[in-house]
Design a protein around this ligand. Structure first.
Ligand SMILES: [Zn+2]
Length: 137
């Protein structure tokens, strides 16, 4: 446990140093976030893990541009409806992309799945909206 505490303190100190050097503004916001980081030991870095609602987009390995294809998006929606959003992490790229898929920007044929997730606040807000306004969805 002692090593974990040291690691947490190191991340906290590094974060505070980055805030100081990062040009964050205005000054009031910089002071506020610095104080929150310095005095909130219950905060953790676990929200950076891959477990939320994925941003389901394929990116070209060569130019990092997304594939913008309504048919592919519909296929992903169908997958999520039948298997849940976790399917994004358990399904191989080749099983989702159409045969011969090529990047519209550079012609590349290698793609990767985006690994970022939607911010938890987006999840909270849309969940609240769906429950409070079920007929508007
Ligand atoms: Zn490309």
């Amino acid at each position: 446990m002692k090593a974990r505490g040291r690691l947490r303190d190191t991340f906290r100190q590094l974060t505070i140093e980055e805030i100081e050097q990062g040009g964050l503004g205005p000054g009031l916001g910089k002071e506020r976030i610095t104080n929150m980081i310095a005095t909130r030991p219950d905060w953790c870095i676990s929200r950076q893990r891959i477990w939320g609602v994925p941003i389901a987009v394929f990116l070209c390995e060569l130019c990092q541009q997304p594939i913008l294809d309504p048919a592919l998006n519909k296929k992903i929606v169908t997958l999520f409806e039948s298997q849940g959003a976790e399917a994004w992490h358990t399904t191989e790229v080749a099983d989702l992309l159409p045969a011969g898929a090529a990047c519209a920007h550079c012609g590349g044929t290698a793609f990767r799945k985006e690994t970022d997730i939607l911010d938890v606040w987006f999840d909270s807000g849309t969940s609240w909206f769906a429950v409070a306004n079920p007929t508007r969805i």
